[in-house]
Design a protein around this ligand. Structure first.
Ligand code: ADP
Ligand code: MG
Length: 326
């Protein structure tokens, strides 16, 4: 029996360690540390690149999802990272690790979902890799997009006094996952948020082109954890207002039965909504946005994160942010 425990860095400590080893290069405006790497290009454009892994049993369970949905989601979560910089998606690359038991028809279904989602956003599948997997099915996707020079919205631009906004509603995907894990069938709209999330590409581009956002990312790991990335990168703090967190009708109904579900809206992953800060304090009024956004708080000059509860007192969330290695 192994008596010595191996030390294990948390996911974000590991990324930080890798970042310090990797160094940088002249052609990179930004390497590791944001939703995409940003590279200088000719012709007044910047190239955005992102990559994400989806592994069976970690990110998906084939008992719950169809292969078509899985293909759509694999494309969507990468397109979401392009949206998170404000970019226009162009090319996707799909690498498949195929277990022996995965049939051709299942692979075809997966590919057709991937292509549907890719084409929906005006992008194209431009390459990839196929190999046998001795274990689970895994998908490694890379997406590239473009944005006009100087328009990319980074995590590091938030300033004290900026308003904090989120698009759409929060917690739906995590609630669907919780139902699936408990062996129940989530309501259809919740299930769709989990199986086929919508990357907010149009909103991201609008915010970038109109220069409305000072910092932005997409919420993949939960509002609190992902807001933490903006706060850390921008060296600021924030105050959130619990009563303002946007919730869908099915989520609100569930919350009426179980009030602690609000913590799922704060920390549940895979919403793929955009979280951004803006010097405009009433953005929805000031601009014809392509999607509903809600102001949920304010950036503070001092580090720290405060959540004001519905009773006006400080609220303590009972769930932590998602970390792959915790
Ligand atoms: P997101 O949730 O937006 O996909 P992640 O939290 O996965 O972002 O990653 C944060 C940053 O760390 C990104 O810039 C990503 O490219 C980088 N990163 C993550 N894992 C690695 C790795 N193994 N090697 C190099 N960079 C990495
Ligand atoms: Mg992201």
């Amino acid at each position: 029996m192994e008596s010595e425990k191996r030390s294990r860095l948390g996911e974000f400590e590991l990324i930080d360690w890798i970042r310090r080893q990797a160094g940088t290069a002249n052609h990179l405006l930004l390497g590791i540390g944001d939703d995409c790497a940003v590279q200088r290009q000719q012709g007044g454009l910047e190239l955005l690149t992102t990559t994400d892994l989806l592994i069976e049993e970690i990110h998906f369970n084939t008992a719950w999802t169809s292969f078509y949905w899985l293909g759509r989601k694999a494309a969507a979560v990468n397109l979401s990272d392009i949206a998170a910089m404000g970019g226009r998606p162009e090319s996707l690359f799909l690498a498949v690790g195929r277990p022996g038991a995965l049939g051709d028809s299942e692979l075809q279904e997966l590919l057709s979902g991937f292509l549907f989602e890719t084409q929906l956003q005006g992008a194209v599948l431009a390459g990839g890799d196929c190999c046998a997997s001795p274990g689970p099915l895994f998908l490694a996707v890379t997406a590239q997009g473009r944005i006009a020079d100087g328009q990319a919205i980074y995590r590091h631009g938030a300033k004290g006094g900026d308003a904090i906004y989120v698009s759409g509603s929060l917690g739906d995907s995590a609630l669907a996952l919780r139902e699936l894990q408990a062996g129940r069938s989530p309501e259809e709209t919740l299930a769709a948020r989990f199986h086929t999330p919508t990357p907010r590409v149009e909103l991201g581009q609008f915010l970038a082109q109109q220069r409305l956002a000072s910092a932005m990312l997409d919420i993949s790991d939960g509002l609190l954890g992902d807001l933490g990335h903006i706060l850390q990168a921008s060296a600021v703090g924030a105050e959130l207002d619990l009563a303002r967190i946007p919730l869908s009708q099915p989520f609100s109904r569930a919350l009426n039965q179980e009030e602690t579900l609000i913590d799922l809206a704060l920390t549940g992953g895979e919403d793929y909504e955009l979280l951004f800060t803006s010097p405009l304090l009433d953005l929805a009024e000031a601009s014809q946005l392509p999607l509903k956004v809600t102001r949920v708080g304010t950036i503070q000059a001092h580090p720290g994160l405060w959540i004001r509860g519905t009773d006006g007192c400080l609220y303590q969330c009972r769930r932590g942010a998602f970390d792959h290695f915790s």
